[in-house]
Each structure stands twice: as structure tokens, then as C-alpha cells.
Design a protein around this ligand. Structure first.
Ligand SMILES: [Zn+2]
Length: 546
């Protein structure tokens, strides 16, 4: 604790030196030597209290963002309405918005302020195929059958960042505090499709700290290696020759045979892969019709492992199998396209501890009986072993590095985290025990559960931004951890190859198919207070007999 106090002192002095107005005010109230530090400390605390109240007063603004993006329900690389909407909000609030960054039309980097530190606030924006779901209804009830929907909750993270940024911006402007706030989109995260390209384009070169937000059912932050995997996403395309499948099958060569042989080969090899790997595929082109031997066929794999060398190894095994399958089928392996990639995630100790202290101050949101009823009904509907509703407690302390990593999901925030000190603030806007990438994960995402979680998250994010702006030594310590610990033995090498490009054509046809129908359900905040109101959904809808 004394050491902590000492750090605060140094920080405060630095902040005072950088902020003439703050210095003047402090000097007025504190005359004794050494009182400067506690004065600045009091100032930081006062600014935090002000930011908390400001975020609270913007609860409706945050709710509208959450509901609006929920209603857009856009898949990766097709987040056209979402990015236009967010960019407009940011422009109206004095941010300069650089659109179409890294060759991705639905990605932007917005900037406000000047000088150090440069803080980059990011969050994902895309949704999940076939996850269309009425919010607040405790069973599977799509708004539009087969349409995409926010079955992960990526409709909420930008609201956390933007609300926090606007609250802090107000204070920074008034107090003339130096610092630059950046807000950027995690575009096509479900395809791990953008962040490695942001790094390649140099968009994080001058960034001091990346503060990422992600929806969760916990209120949490972690440092060190995170449980889960990195991955490379690869599509193999095969080329054969058509023939009449009944009259002259011997004249044809089936590209689909190569896809199926590769898949069978992979299933056999799976037994001999490390337990930490995850690999899965979908057939994106399986031929045209049965009486025509398929000339083209494609299969799309995710190769996941817990570190860079093992991801590369898994990828090589896939390449070998694709070549061998082509030989067996007598067809050509026409192309191998990288559609996405992600490094395993590693988060910064100093920034995580700073964030955690703020999480503790805010605590879990106060859930209403209605919130808990919905959560329990959804858990029951999914036949969860426990259905005890929403979490009401924080974990005991900040989550440290995972020691035994048994694999799991990925997020291309991993690539950012190996280039700039980064943390992911996980805020409580979802229901525990859900399958993920599923309609059930969309149920809470335009309800008071999501709204309360976002407001709580924005308070923490605002407090952490203030810490980093007013205590520059935290930024130095974060970089010391990044240089001396995190990247001491592990150096970032991109998984994407020089010839790879963002896969911006993905999901185009799906969105073109569903968008006309989805447009009818876009949220109109000028007419309805909430999206639930617009849809005429009673909150919560938990009883089928109603
Ligand atoms: Zn996500």
C-alpha cells in the first residue's frame, strides 16, 4: 500500500505539470509542502465522481446506441449501417473520423484531443449468422427466420467506449488536460478479419494504451496470457472437370471429392493433435447439382492453437492434407486464401490492475426482479444445470495469467495486445451459462440487462481513461511490463502473409438477402423510448401461456 501511495504521488506531480489549470486550483487549496500530491489525488477522485455521474446521466444515450446496433444486426465486413451511425455520433461530438481504414470499408478510427497519452478505445461491432431473436423473450423466437442477429452481444461495446469518452472529453476540455482519445471498430471480429490488418497498416504505431471492451456475464478484466487460442482461417478451393455424372462419370474429376477427402483425413489426424487445438470447417462450395460432376468446391477451416508456432504447425498440416486430397481426387488445389487470423491474447498487468480497482468501485449493476426472471427463464429453457440468474458478485481479485490453457475461443484483439499494452474490460450485459454464438445470447442484448451492464462498463472505462490521462507513470509502467515481461521472449510475427488482404466480400450475399426484411425492424428512437417498446414486447416475456 505505501508503494502504491508513492506511485500516486509521482503520478499526480506529473499530471500537475501537464495541467496548468489543475495546478492553479490545487495551489489555492493546498499550501503545505507535499500536499500537492494528495490535492491532485483528490482532483482525480473528484473527476472520477464527475465522470460517473455524467455517464449515469447519459444512460438513455447509451441505451439508444445498444438498441440501434442490435436492430441493424450486421455480419462481419457488412457493418454499413452500424459504422455510418457510430461515425455520425462521433463527428457530431467533435471527433475526426478516418473511414475505410486498412482497406476495410466498414472500419474507422476516430480521433479527438491532442498530445499524450494516446488511448485507443475499441470494441467489436459484427453479429452472428442465424441468431435473429426477439429481445426479452425467454425462448427461441426469431424476428426473421434465418436472419443474422446479435447472438454474442457486439451491439453493446461501442456504447461503453463512446459514453465513457464523451464524459471524459468534457472534463479534459474544461481542464485543458493533454491526451488523445481514439475510438475504433472491431470490424468482422467473428471472422477475426480486421485487427491484424490494422496493425499492418500502422494504425496503432503511436498508440500508448489500447482499452478494449467486450460483452460478458461477468464484470472483469485480466492480465497475462488469457485462456483460449489464436487461429488462422483458411479457405482451400479445388478445381476438377465436369461430366455427366451418370452417362460419363469417368470423364469428370470431382472437386467435391477433394473437399470430402480432406475432411476425412482431418478427422483421422485429429486423434494425434494436441488437446489444446480446436479445428472446424464448413463447405462453402459443394458443387452445383448431383448430375454434374462438381468442377469447383471449397472448404473453409479455422485452425486454432494456443501459441504462434503451434498455429503455424496446424496450418502446415492442413496445407499438406489439402494437397494430398487434391492428388487423391485427381483435381487441382486451385487456391488457398487466408480469410482471417488472430494471435492468442495477452493483457497488460498495470492497466488490468488499474481497471480492476475501478471495477471494484462500481460493482455489479443492481438487477431488478424482471432482469433475474428473464435470466432464470432463459437458463431453464436451455436446460442449464443451474439456473440461478444473473451474477451479483465480482470475483475476489483481478484475474491473472492462465497457467493451464486447454484452448477455447479467439479474438483478434490478440494482435493488438502484442503490439501495444492492451486490456479487455468485460462488462456484465449477458446471462451466464449460454452456448455463445447462438440466438440465446441475443435475448438480453436489447433489454435493461444489457443497458445496465453498459452503463456500469462505461463508468469503469471513464475512470480508467482518467487514471491514464492524469497518472502518466502508469503508461510508463504498462510499457515496462510490455517490453520486459510480455515480449521478452515472444516477438509478434503476423499470421497474415504479405499477399493477404481483408476478406471484405464475405457475408455480402447473406446481408443482401436479409437486409430488405431487416430494415422494417430498425429501431426508431424518435418514436420509441426503447427497442422493446417498438417491438411491443412485454419485459420480461417468460411464460409461453401469456
Ligand atoms: Zn466477441
Amino acid at each position: 500500500m505505501p508503494r502504491h501511495a508513492l506511485l500516486v504521488t509521482t503520478a499526480m506531480i506529473a499530471a500537475l505539470a501537464a495541467a496548468p489549470l489543475a495546478q492553479k486550483n490545487t495551489a489555492k487549496t493546498d499550501s503545505r509542502a507535499g500536499a500537492k500530491a494528495s490535492g491532485s489525488n483528490a482532483k482525480l477522485d473528484a473527476f472520477k465522481q464527475e465522470a460517473i455521474a455524467d455517464v449515469e446521466s447519459r444512460a438513455q444515450f447509451s441505451q439508444q446506441m445498444v438498441d440501434q446496433i442490435f436492430s441493424y444486426g450486421e455480419l462481419g465486413f457488412q457493418e454499413v449501417e452500424t459504422t455510418r451511425y457510430l461515425a455520425d455520433i462521433l463527428k457530431r461530438n467533435g471527433f475526426a473520423v478516418q473511414e475505410g481504414i486498412a482497406g476495410i470499408p466498414t472500419a474507422f478510427m476516430a480521433t479527438w484531443g491532442s498530445g499524450k497519452p494516446v488511448l485507443a478505445l475499441g470494441s467489436d461491432i459484427d453479429c452472428i449468422p442465424q441468431a435473429s431473436q426477439k429481445p426479452g423473450v425467454a425462448w427461441h423466437e426469431p424476428l426473421i427466420e434465418g436472419a443474422p442477429g446479435h447472438g454474442e452481444g457486439h451491439n453493446s461495446g461501442q456504447a461503453v467506449n463512446i459514453t465513457a469518452a464523451l464524459a471524459v472529453k468534457k472534463i479534459m476540455e474544461r481542464e485543458h488536460l493533454p491526451g488523445t482519445l481514439r475510438i475504433w471498430t472491431g470490424t468482422a471480429e467473428e471472422l477475426v478479419g480486421s485487427k491484424a490488418y490494422f496493425i499492418r497498416a500502422g494504425l496503432f504505431k503511436d498508440v500508448d494504451i489500447a482499452l478494449f471492451t467486450h460483452v460478458d456475464d461477468k464484470f472483469d478484466v485480466s492480465w497475462g496470457a488469457r485462456e483460449g487460442t489464436g487461429l488462422v482461417s483458411v479457405q482451400y478451393a479445388f478445381l476438377g472437370e465436369t461430366a455427366h455424372a451418370a452417362a460419363n462419370p469417368w470423364r469428370g474429376r470431382s472437386a467435391l471429392d477433394a473437399v470430402e477427402l480432406m475432411d476425412i483425413g482431418w478427422q483421422f489426424r485429429r486423434e494425434h493433435l494436441r488437446l489444446s487445438q480446436r479445428s472446424h470447417d464448413v463447405i462453402t462450395d459443394g458443387g452445383d447439382q448431383p448430375n454434374v460432376v462438381p468442377r469447383t468446391a471449397s472448404v473453409w477451416y479455422y485452425f486454432r492453437e494456443t501459441d504462434y508456432p503451434h498455429i503455424k504447425e496446424l496450418w502446415e498440416t492442413g496445407d499438406t492434407m489439402a494437397k494430398a486430397a487434391a492428388m487423391m481426387a485427381g483435381v487441382q488445389l486451385q487456391s488457398e486464401t487466408v480469410l482471417g487470423s488472430a494471435w492468442p491474447q495477452h493483457f497488460n498487468k498495470v492497466v488490468a490492475e488499474t481497471t480492476w480497482a475501478n471495477i471494484q468501485k462500481i460493482g455489479m449493476p443492481k438487477w431488478s426482479d424482471e432482469d433475474q426472471q428473464l435470466a432464470k427463464a432463459v437458463q431453464k429453457e436451455l436446460k442449464n444445470p443451474t439456473s440461478d440468474g444473473l451474477r451479483t458478485k465480482l470475483r475476489d481479485g483481478v484475474q491473472g495469467p492462465v497457467t493451464e490453457n486447454y484452448g477455447g475461443g479467439s479474438d483478434d484483439i490478440g494482435d493488438i495486445s502484442w503490439n501495444v499494452p492492451t486490456v479487455t474490460l468485460r462488462y456484465p450485459s449477458n446471462i451466464p451459462g449460454l452456448p455463445g454464438h447462438n440466438w440465446a445470447n441475443a435475448i438480453s442484448m436489447a433489454t435493461p440487462i444489457a443497458h445496465k451492464g453498459v452503463t456500469a462498463g462505461a463508468k469503469v472505462q471513464a475512470m480508467t481513461i482518467l487514471d491514464l490521462v492524469m497518472r502518466p507513470e502508469l503508461v510508463d509502467q504498462a510499457w515496462a511490463y510490455f517490453r520486459d515481461v510480455q515480449t521478452k521472449d515472444t516477438k509478434y510475427e503476423p499470421l497474415i502473409r504479405p499477399q493477404d488482404k481483408p476478406a471484405i466480400w464475405l457475408n455480402k450475399a447473406t446481408m443482401e438477402k436479409y437486409r430488405p426484411e431487416m430494415k422494417k425492424y430498425y429501431y426508431d428512437p424518435s418514436r420509441f423510448k426503447t427497442y422493446l417498446d417498438q417491438l411491443g414486447i412485454k419485459y420480461p416475456t417468460v411464460n409461453r401461456e401469456q
